[in-house]
Design a protein around this ligand. Sequence first.
Ligand code: NAD
Length: 267
Amino acid sequence: MKFAIVSKGDERSNNLKATIKQYLTEFDLEYDKEEPELVISVGGDGTFLEAFHRYIGRLSETAFLGVHTGHLGFYADWLPEEIEKLIIEIAKTPSQIVEYPLLEVTIRPKSGGEEDRFLALNETTIKTAEGSVVFDVDIKGEHFETFRGDGLCISTPSGSTAYNKALGGGIIHPSLNAIQLTEMASINNRVFRTIGSPLILPKHHTCFLKPIVNRSFLIGIDHFTTTYTNVKSIQCRVADETIRFARYKPFPFWKRVRDSFVADDDI
Ligand code: NAD
């Protein structure tokens, strides 16, 4: 099997990367940065997001696995002290593959230029540095509301524990093929009205955001943000592609949620 390792870049993560690389190579696995079948991220959730975006072009051939050297590791299920066990598992046993849904975001410009298409593992956020964002929100071809406020977050189930959670969104199990829209400080009074609750959309219920007031938008896709002007529409839906996680031990989602946010029995 061909593998690659993405490190956070600090000394601890780099040392761990070197150890994993050496051991796996000794077990006759081939290090291949270009076409890996397994990508190991060593660091935190930010490193995992980076690894995902680096290999986004080969999602159907590549599985991901995270080793965490930071604090909260939502995507990183292996601890540095478990490395020898992990290496033996990778070398000797076939992994179980678990697939989680992704979000597809398509940004179309007003003046007929090229559209931009992204996949997000956690979420997209749409904000502006010029006052409030104002856009029509259409769901499945029907006008739903006109949103005015700080912005919107549209997240995947695995991203529901990230930015979405801080906005009061619900936590969704990643076995559900869905996306979630959460508001950032919507303006609600006798004149302006939005639903005010997070919305959970199933696959094929595409959501369109159509700017009414021409602003430049700060559009975040996971850990990177780009400024867009002249946006005609932002289309969000459950992607056809999925992320594939390589599992060598059970790591139930609700245990991860509990360990991260309620109580970690190991601390
Ligand atoms: P960062 O270093 O600021 O990380 C923010 C925190 O989000 C870290 O503690 C990270 O562990 C956690 N995180 C990331 N993905 C998670 C997930 N799926 N479930 C639970 N926690 C998760 O930024 P970064 O490392 O570049 O990560 C970018 C992510 O940060 C974004 O995708 C967004 O979800 C998150 N974020 C959260 C907030 C917030 O909670 N208020 C604000 C901005 C960004």
